[in-house]
Design a protein around this ligand. Sequence first.
Ligand code: KIV
Ligand code: ZN
Length: 511
Amino acid sequence: MNKKIVVFDTTLRDGEQAPGASLTDQEKLEVAHQLVRLGVDVIEAGFPISSPGDFNSVKQIAKQVKGATICGLARSLNKDIESAAAALKPAKKKRIHVFLATSKIHMKYKLKKAESEIVKIAQSAVKHACKFTDDVQFSPEDASRTERDFLFRVIESVIKAGATTVNIPDTVGYAQPDEFGDLIKAICNNVPNINKAVIAVHCHNDLGLAVANSLAAIRNGAGQVECTINGIGERAGNAALEEIVLSLLTRKDMFRDRSTRIKTKEIYKTSRLVSKLTGFAVAPNKAIVGGNAFRHESGIHQDGVLKKRQTYEIISPETVGFYGEGLVLGKHSGRHALSERLKSLGFKLNKQQLEKAFSKFKDLADKKKEVFEEDLISIVEEQMKGLPEVWTLEGFEFSGGMKTNPHAEITLKKKGEIFKAVSNGDGPVDASYKAIEKITKINAKLRDYSIQAITRGKDALGEVNLKLEIKKQEVPGRGASTDIIEASAKAYLNAINRFLFKTKKSHTVRL
Ligand code: KIV
Ligand code: ZN
């Protein structure tokens, strides 16, 4: 039986509680609009009473974002509920989410209240919230560490008071999947009016089990899952939306066709947006959205993927909207992978040509862990008498220090003619890039920059790898020198020359 699981995204509330994450109102709106494109059912936009800024951003989202229910968090206090209601007023579909801790440790030390008082406060908070909307969610905070009988009693009373969703948080990420699944089953079997509400789950990742616990809950009757993009959130974070959604999709057999309305092709884009705005990099090995999630480096794996993708790929990168380079070549890659990759780039090499390219590729792979498409192009280009250098670096002068503005003078040559420009910048590299831009008049944004030593010792050769965005195209560049400013300038010019070459010529191998 197919059943839609409600996806409740809390990136803008619990996710934004992550230490170091702080988004402007405009950025929150941008994320909220993208969450609608992604297809989430509910957006928890913030905790309105917590600050005037939060109130305002919830209000703006409620006003401007259509296509999902907008939710605001409130403690079980009238002033919190009223603040949430006011912020949510402009929303077409609104939900108030009230919470109150129910575990012994929270009741004794934090709230200093007895069980009977907790039940009364919870009930009256839900009743108050129902005055503003008929979509009210209640969370017994720290539910996974709450005495079961008491938890059943609280849930029954808040449903009686009007709650339409009861959310079971594993607030401190303490639960284990079997145990948490069993708790959801027990709620289904022991709360007499449970059929009047949706059971939601909200799992934290302190033991790395947030997604596993959420999935166990879905298997045992949960109809809503709370999650964040890239799994960001308080402490170790929340359950990652993308991981839950792809599990349901990939293992329909295990989830009795439970599915979501998420448009999976929007996942990668959403992940990038959240990472960019929060400044939290996504780990390369992060499931679904990590840079390596769809890369196969071992020769055996690459060979298998080329023969039949599903040998080593359970999700196609396109499913999540990832259209990047995919197959990365490294030192373990064989001739088959190389020739297939060159073919896909438009290069048809005979056996002898392939041997030559393969040996150059192996030399490069010894120096670099990963070899990208552009490296392959440059290998073949070298065999084509090298990349035509429209612009070459003829000289550079640099001055700067702790108390003086970085200043660079760059000299370039094009078709025998010398060009000079000077510029200040935030640092020596920035100043030299600005001077190059003045000369070449090519507008480029620096998208990526890294420097690494290719040799050992003080006189090590530094290699700069960068990516420029020129006219919406990402163009890589590489330059090496024992001087890092020179290596940086060379890498920048290499990208510019590559761009000029790519836009003028088609790839034909002339060995
Ligand atoms: O982790 C938690 O318990 C929460 C509640 C407010 C739902 O974030
Ligand atoms: Zn939480």
